[in-house]
Design a protein around this ligand. Structure first.
Ligand SMILES: Cc1cc2nc3c(=O)[nH]c(=O)nc-3n(C[C@H](O)[C@H](O)[C@H](O)COP(=O)(O)O)c2cc1C
Length: 169
């Protein structure tokens, strides 16, 4: 079975711990153009018999335009000591800064996707988008919107089929 062979749960605990703090590095694009941002929200599970990484990206993020264009992303788990990089990538936009250059991030080609991965990171998930969905305000319990969406900008949930999971080192 595809799901078992991939062993996508192997790094689950580590990945979720790092997603909580300092965040994971979500990258989308191809060898010629790409962008990176930090994510603190997401889930890993099984849907449609496939291993899936769901990431939640607000439409205002520059990265969102890359995922929409290329339909692929990689999730890169930072190593201890990369906290400042995670904070930087989650604070400034690729519209205004070349985050890769500013933080000396080295890109490596993906094994199963055209989207690059981050050499300095520990664990890598390579994903292709097989479904996307926007958060529906009317279907949220009332207290969520004022707290998390005072300006609208409801997340798009991207369902990424996990095609590869591995350690860079
Ligand atoms: C720890 C942390 C977690 C974050 N999690 C998310 C997230 O899950 N989804 C999201 O849309 N933005 C999240 N952000 C905000 C984006 O990373 C931030 O707006 C970033 O600058 C967007 O970059 P871009 O415009 O180059 O895509 C997070 C920021 C930080 C610092």
């Amino acid at each position: 079975m595809e799901v078992k062979n991939l062993n996508f749960t192997h790094y689950l605990r580590k990945t979720l711990e790092m997603m909580d703090d300092p965040g994971l590095l979500l990258l989308s694009g191809n060898a010629n153009e790409s962008n990176v941002m930090t994510i603190g929200w997401g889930t890993i599970g099984i849907i449609w018999g496939k291993p899936i990484f769901c990431v939640l990206v607000r439409p205002s993020r520059y990265t969102d335009s890359f995922i929409k264009k290329y339909n692929e992303f990689t999730v890169n788990v930072p190593l201890p000591g990369m906290e400042k990089i995670a904070l930087y990538c989650g604070t400034v936009s690729g519209r205004n800064y070349n985050k890769f250059k500013e933080k000396n991030i080295t890109l490596l080609p993906g094994k199963k996707v055209k989207c690059p991965t981050i050499k300095e990171c520990d664990i890598v998930y390579e994903c292709r988008v097989i479904h996307k969905n926007s958060i529906v305000p009317a279907d949220l319990i009332p207290e969520i919107s004022p707290k998390y969406y005072p300006k609208g900008d409801y997340h798009t949930v991207y369902f990424g089929e996990i095609l590869a999971v591995y350690k860079q080192s």
